[in-house]
Design a protein around this ligand. Structure first.
Ligand code: 3PG
Ligand code: MG
Length: 418
């Protein structure tokens, strides 16, 4: 790989230099009791999170600490930028990175200077005021239309403004490398650029899966939509030994087998595609044999376990059943390599968490190299209190890890190679 790394940059010496770091600090937020406060207030982030917003899972913040810590230690002026959520190219307080600045500061053990805009007056003065070894965080990149624009010139103009804040650029935003966005794709064309520790580790691990994985290679896919996973299923089918499918997307496959799925999530226009995949899968695809069905999508809804050929017409499936978990666990226990993306059920509700927990536990017990891909699956691992260290690798990228496994060229990686 012809990519320069953070170590190369550190070897050159970064003391007193401004280093612009693209991070993926797109963490899930819990908004409590409708109390969305004004996160744009400059004073808010310095000491903890503003009222009404809690970071539900800070895994992505922790994941960039090795890179940020190394730069701080080396005396760089560290300018961090990130997106959060999908604001529409203009400031939107509910997507402020203010709460993230507070948490990042706690984890770094040093204050993070928060700029209340991305490339405006606040950003300019915040960056200009940094002493060696200090860290600034710019406000959400996507508050600017240029970040995600399809127009090269508009993206380029925004990239020029961002690039002005750095003497060098570090990409540590693995979760965003599949986006052709200004901060990911255009800034590295304007500054000396290197891959951060997280991006390097992710690519190193995922390339083992696309290379020559030790067999059996078992992939578990869940989540709600088949349409999101279609490309990766197509790409993986020839390579994997077994493909286990749970989560909301399993119902479209069950329908394709001629079963009735009640009011479960169903992508009608994907049924034919699923039928076709099943025909070509040569028995590699394993579907649920039982599911937990409920009266409603609610934590306290009445629910039962039924066989997949007995889903009542008025009920919806919210988790895989215990017999399915046992079958999936048996397949996983044989595996030497495992990739898992997407929860098996609505794990956020205790009544529908057993499937995801059961599969996750089976993965940790297998004598295999296991990779968890995706923001949701990684959050599930932590939310269920599972030991993160019992997985080989927990990727911070959802779409990014899937597109990597599809064999696509990722704009953020390609930009680092040039
Ligand atoms: C993610 O959460 O998958 C990454 O942060 C990328 O976010 P996006 O899908 O909104 O581009
Ligand atoms: Mg995503």
């Amino acid at each position: 790989m012809s990519i320069r790394t953070l170590d190369d940059l550190l070897a050159e010496g970064v003391s007193g230099r401004r280093v612009l770091v693209r991070a993926d600090l797109n963490v899930p937020l819990d908004k409590q009791s409708g109390a969305i406060t004004d996160h744009n207030s400059a004073s808010a982030p310095q000491g903890g999170t503003p009222d009404g917003v809690r970071i539900a899972d800070d895994g992505r913040i922790r994941a960039v600490l090795p890179t940020l810590g190394a730069l701080v230690e080396a005396g760089a002026k560290v300018v961090v930028c990130s997106h959060l959520g999908r604001p529409k190219g203009a400031p939107d307080p509910q997507f402020s990175l203010g709460p993230v600045a507070g948490r990042l500061g706690e984890l770094l053990g040093a204050p993070v200077h928060f700029a209340t805009d991305t490339v405006g007056e606040s950003a300019r003065s915040t960056v200009a005021g940094l002493a060696d070894g200090q860290v600034a965080l710019l406000e959400n990149l996507r508050f600017n239309a240029g970040e995600t624009s399809k127009d090269e010139a508009e993206r380029g103009a925004f990239a020029d403004q961002l690039a002005a804040f750095g003497d060098a650029y570090v990409d540590d935003a693995f979760g965003a490398v599949h986006r052709k966005h200004a901060s990911v794709y255009d800034v590295p064309a304007r500054l000396p650029h290197v891959a951060g520790r997280l991006v390097l580790r992710e690519v190193e691990v995922l390339s083992k899966l696309t290379g020559d994985p030790e067999r059996p290679y078992v992939v578990v896919l869940g989540g709600s939509k088949v349409s999101d996973k279609l490309a990766v299923i197509e790409a993986l089918l020839p390579t994997v030994d077994r493909l286990l499918i749970g989560g909301g997307m399993c119902f479209t496959f069950l329908k394709a087998q001629g079963l009735e799925v009640g009011t479960s999530l169903l992508e009608k226009d994907m049924v034919e595609t699923c039928r076709n995949l099943l025909e070509r899968a040569d028995g590699k695809i394993l579907l649920p044999v039982d599911v937990v069905v409920a009266d409603a999508f609610a934590p306290d809804a009445a629910h039962d376990t039924v066989r997949v050929d007995g889903i009542p017409s008025h009920r919806l499936g919210l988790d895989i059943g215990p017999e399915t978990v046992a079958g999936f666990a048996a397949a996983l226990s044989q595996a030497k390599t495992i990739f898992w993306n997407g929860p098996m059920g609505v794990f956020e509700m205790a009544a529908f968490a057993a499937g995801t927990r059961g599969v996750a536990e089976a993965i940790t017990k297998a004598d295999a190299f296991s990779v968890v891909g995706g923001g949701d699956s990684a959050a599930a691992v932590r939310a269920l209190g599972l030991d993160e260290s019992s997985f080989g690798h927990i990727s911070t990228g959802g779409g990014a890890s899937l597109e990597y496994l599809e064999g696509k060229t990722l704009p953020g990686i390609a930009a680092l190679e040039n």
